[in-house]
Design a protein around this ligand. Structure first.
Ligand SMILES: [Zn+2]
Length: 267
């Protein structure tokens, strides 16, 4: 697809939607107060860069993640508590890692008018939602979890572990964002598969990086795998990954990589 002219979104639409989502975020405690403020700025910026496409992709992802968060909330909390360093409302860092790749691609589209970057921006957002849907639904799975790298059975909730339920949820999440983005004037019919496939690729890249590069620890008391530095009131020991690559870094990288891969569809 060739480069095309930009569609500028009316600022009041971006502000209106951002403020509404911020209200939902604060009401349902999806994000902390500072993270909500950052999310508003991000949403307005991405709308200015990419028009309705980015606004819709972000809004659908945000609302979708919020709705998924309500499903079996207590069971998820229980299962996440021992595994992850961060449970509950998401902070500024999490908002930034989940929006910077989309903002970077969006800014390049804004400056160059090259439509491939508009799609890359949508793909980055979709990849983030797809991955969070896969994690948040997958952790509720009763089925088998296998490592995406070794294909051997893995503990539930571990980075790089994939379940059928989680994977299906991630694919459905990507499709929903892709179809909603298609309803905007910026996205053409080919955009449906570009965004959906790009989102799923992002989810897979996230799992692969999660299985390989992401740091992981083992509890020295109970032997459980965890991302936490402490477990059973004792310090854990690192058993995999690189020290400086945590879940946030993996999310950021996988969204960036998914967007970059989607650019190849335009060559
Ligand atoms: Zn333990």
């Amino acid at each position: 697809m060739p480069c095309q002219n930009l569609n500028l979104i009316p600022l009041y639409v971006a502000i209106g939607v951002s403020v509404m989502l911020a209200g939902v975020s604060l009401w349902k405690k999806v994000l902390t107060v500072p993270a909500t403020a950052v999310a508003v700025v991000v949403l307005i910026a991405v709308s200015l860069f990419t028009g309705y496409a980015g606004l819709v992709a972000f809004s659908v992802s945000f609302l979708g993640a919020g709705i998924i968060g309500l499903i079996k909330k207590d069971l998820r909390r229980e299962r996440e508590k021992g595994l992850y360093t961060h449970v509950g409302a998401r902070g500024v860092v999490q908002v930034l890692v989940n929006s910077l790749p989309a903002l970077i691609f969006g800014l390049i589209y804004f400056l160059s008018g090259c439509v491939a970057f508009l799609y890359a921006s949508c793909v980055a957002v979709t990849a983030g939602f797809s991955d969070s849907a896969a994690s948040d639904i997958g952790i509720l799975s009763k089925g088998k979890v296998i490592s995406i790298v070794t294909f051997k059975q893995a503990p539930r909730g571990i980075s790089g572990g994939v379940s059928l339920l989680g994977t299906v949820a991630g694919v459905v999440a990507s499709l929903i964002v892709a179809v909603c983005a298609f309803l905007t004037p910026e996205v053409e019919v080919d955009g449906i598969w570009i965004i959906a496939v790009g989102g799923v690729i992002g989810m897979l890249v996230d799992s692969i990086l999660g299985a390989t590069l992401q740091r992981g620890y083992k509890c020295t008391v109970c032997g459980a795998f965890t991302e936490r530095l402490n477990h059973c009131d004792a310090p854990t020991e690192q058993v995999k990954g690189l020290k400086f690559i945590d879940n946030n870094a993996v999310n950021f990288l996988s969204q960036l990589i998914a967007g970059a891969i989607s650019l190849l569809f335009f060559i």
